[in-house]
Ligand binder design. Structure first.
Ligand SMILES: N[C@@H]1[C@@H](O)[C@H](O)[C@@H](COP(=O)(O)O)O[C@@H]1O
Length: 268
């Protein structure tokens, strides 16, 4: 009998309008998410001089970004890049800085047109949010890469602060305790106390406005939240449930993160 870990085919299913694709490994998941991103960028480049693309960070994005940066011939010079979130007051040199992560894993590797960084160390964070929101509105991003946190967060919209009708585009949030603990599990910080208490984040409506969402969620630690994201009532108790209302979203999983989705995947 086969187990989820040794299933080596690609399995696809739909939950409402949402497409879910399950790959045999983290690497094959990343390659598939990268191919979809590359196709979307190539299409957009046919009709746009500059395209806004929002990139995600975290361990879940490493395979996707690695594969994406190795694809030849992409129209990087036409990309105006953005990111989802950044810790407040964390220096760029810190391992967990999302700006540092994106330099290392993206912008140092490809000839991107422009990249708009969120400076969480700036003195006036209201101004950081206001000007980032303005840049996002002007760029009108057509493509957004996303991850899902173990607590269901999208960017840093943790359950206690997530608002599906948020009037703001970008805001400063207080991080949930569960979220701060989860950041240590991946080794970004030594203890939960080392995790900054606040972050700048795009809000949920800002992400959902983007017409195409490519969501990479590999790994065993995400199995429980993937089940909740696909089966629970849509609510801010699990912010990722809102993705089920988006008209063009594909979730890329590996066998590990799909391990609690047996009823969607009858071959288990
Ligand atoms: N706030 C970031 C998000 O931008 C990311 O999409 C999500 C998944 O991260 P990871 O892949 O590290 O689990 O949570 C991180 O903490």
């Amino acid at each position: 009998m086969s187990t989820q870990a040794n299933i080596d085919t690609i399995r696809r299913f739909k939950v409402g309008t949402m497409n879910v694709e399950v790959y045999p490994s983290r690497e094959s998941m990343g390659a598939a998410a990268a191919r979809a991103t590359a196709e979307a960028m190539t299409q957009l480049a046919l009709s746009q001089d500059m395209m806004g693309v929002i990139f995600a960070t975290g361990a879940s994005q490493l395979a996707t970004l690695d594969a994406l940066t190795k694809i030849d011939g992409l129209p990087w010079s036409k990309v105006s890049g953005f990111h989802l979130d950044e810790y407040v007051a964390l220096p760029i040199e810190h391992l967990a800085s999302f700006r540092g992560y994106l330099r290392k894993n993206l912008t140092d590797k490809v000839p991107i047109g422009t990249f708009n960084e969120v400076d969480g160390t700036a003195a006036d964070l209201d101004e950081v949010c206001r000007s980032y929101a303005e840049k996002l509105r002007a760029a009108n991003p057509q493509l957004c890469l996303l991850g899902i946190g173990e607590n269901g967060h999208l960017a840093f919209n943790d359950p206690p602060v997530a608002d599906f009708n948020d009037p703001l585009d970008v805001k400063v949030v207080k991080l949930d305790e569960a979220c701060r603990i989860q950041q240590t599990a991946e080794g970004w910080f030594k203890t939960a106390n080392d995790v900054p208490e606040r972050a700048v984040t795009l809000t949920i409506p800002t992400m959902l406005r983007v017409p195409k969402l490519i969501v990479s969620v590999p790994g065993t630690r995400k199995a429980g939240i993937m089940r909740r994201s696909l089966t629970e009532e849509i609510s801010t108790a699990c912010p990722a449930t809102i993705l089920r209302t988006h008209p063009d979203v594909t979730i890329y999983l590996d066998n590990d993160s799909a391990s609690e989705l047996a009823d969607f995947l009858p071959s288990y």
